[in-house]
Ligand binder design. Sequence first.
Ligand code: AMP
Length: 141
Amino acid sequence: MVKQMSTESYKFGPYPIDPKEVFYSTPLSYALVNLRPVVPGHILFDHGFILFFELCLVHMNLGYRVKVDGPQAGQTVPHVHVHILPRKDGDFEKNDDIYDAIDVKEKELKAKLDLDKERKDRSMEEMAQEAAEYRSLLSKS
Ligand code: AMP
């Protein structure tokens, strides 16, 4: 069953998050779709590791990569969060190329945050649609 956060004012570190991006929430934490996903289904958890384990169950039938950064590891949003990146055969020519792809996306985002360069973000419409699909899947589980 999908539990709701008591407030609608989601913040991802310093950044306000539109509730349309959020597809799962508990009283302490929430999960959101990604502005710049590295692979399809690359999602984020705000802090709350109980939520993390709950959502791992949802992903049980997929291969996935979990990623937790700190500032020294290239984190761009200064706030504890967890990435889940679904993997499938052949999604990258060499399996570990995903790490380079993550680095590229993070550098792009950092440049945008630092210099406000050309936006390559996904549209809110696209993110809202993905979040709605996940909400629907979770309501059936
Ligand atoms: P990190 O570099 O580990 O801090 O990761 C930050 C992640 O947050 C990246 O995958 C970004 O694409 C994602 N991101 C940043 N701002 C937003 C936003 N407003 N909505 C959704 N995802 C975001």
